[in-house]
Write a protein that binds this ligand. Structure first.
Ligand code: ZN
Length: 272
């Protein structure tokens, strides 16, 4: 399971992490996603549609508080961390949680980390801390032991063939062309490696569409089209469908059956 999958599972289980460290090139996108999930008022979070999600997408939610390092050395002044600590005890304005995002903590100095540690050790129940970095090497062990680490590698790149197959399959789901979907899926499933790569490319596209719904910038036109035609709940189900089939393929399931199952699951997820 990737980081998004793990986070989703935790949220579903009612175990929203109190402190997270997001490491890698995709950390900022993921931080925005976590914050939106934290304030969303719908049952399936983030829904991308409620007032809270829309405010989060506009960077205008009063309970999402972003902080950035200052100066040439990209430092967090101890004073800033102390202010965050004091503010953290104040209840949220309108959401169930208050999210502090500390962007780019790559160079955060030990005194600021020690100041942060005091609140990370016993955060108030309504507070979520999200730290982002490219490299966690500057962080003290004491801080690392208090945060849940998520790797955020950014989107993977796939072979042209897998990417194309994934885009065509998602288009077929969108346009309810069942026969096309079946043919495309069976064609992709003729080779195990290609099939797995196509499934990974699909999952990546659906995740992009999902982030697009949460107001994050989107690059891939196929993902954008998908976001326009599907609800967030449908996209979540589609990701589960692709994951389920990928696991079955990895477990050496019959490829043709896996392909057929993928079609059925995607169709049902999309509500078509
Ligand atoms: Zn929402």
């Amino acid at each position: 399971m990737d980081s998004v999958g793990i986070f989703k599972a935790m949220v579903r289980a009612g175990k929203f992490p109190h402190a997270m460290l997001l490491e890698g090139p995709g950390a900022k996108d993921f931080a925005q996603f976590v914050a939106t999930t934290a304030v969303c008022t719908a049952a399936e979070k983030p829904c991308g549609q409620c007032a809270a999600c829309r405010k989060a997408a506009d960077h205008a939610h009063p309970d999402i508080l972003p902080f950035y390092p200052v100066g040439a050395k990209k430092q967090y002044p101890v004073e800033t961390v102390r202010q965050i600590r004091t503010d953290a005890y104040v209840l949220p304005n309108e959401a169930a949680r208050k999210v502090y995002i500390l962007y780019d903590v790559d160079n955060i100095a030990p005194p600021a980390q020690n100041a942060l540690l005091k609140i990370l050790e016993e955060p108030p129940a309504h507070v979520v801390f999200v730290l982002t970095c490219l490299q966690k090497s500057a962080l003290l062990q004491t801080v690392l032991s208090r945060v849940l680490l998520f790797a955020c590698g950014g989107e993977d790149s796939f072979s042209e063939q897998a990417q194309h197959a994934a885009e065509e399959m998602l288009k077929a789901v969108l346009s309810v062309k069942e026969l096309d979907l079946l043919q495309l899926t069976h064609a992709a499933s003729s080779d195990k490696q290609l099939f797995l790569e196509t499934l990974a490319a699909m999952a990546a596209l659906i995740r992009q569409a999902w982030r697009c719904k949460c107001g994050l910038p989107d690059i891939n036109p196929a993902a954008k089209e998908l976001a326009g035609g599907m609800t967030t709940a449908a996209l979540l189900k589609m990701i589960d469908a692709v994951d389920t089939v990928a696991n079955a393929v990895r477990a050496n399931g019959n490829m043709r059956l896996c392909a057929t199952r993928l079609c059925a699951l995607l169709k049902s997820a999309a509500g078509k």
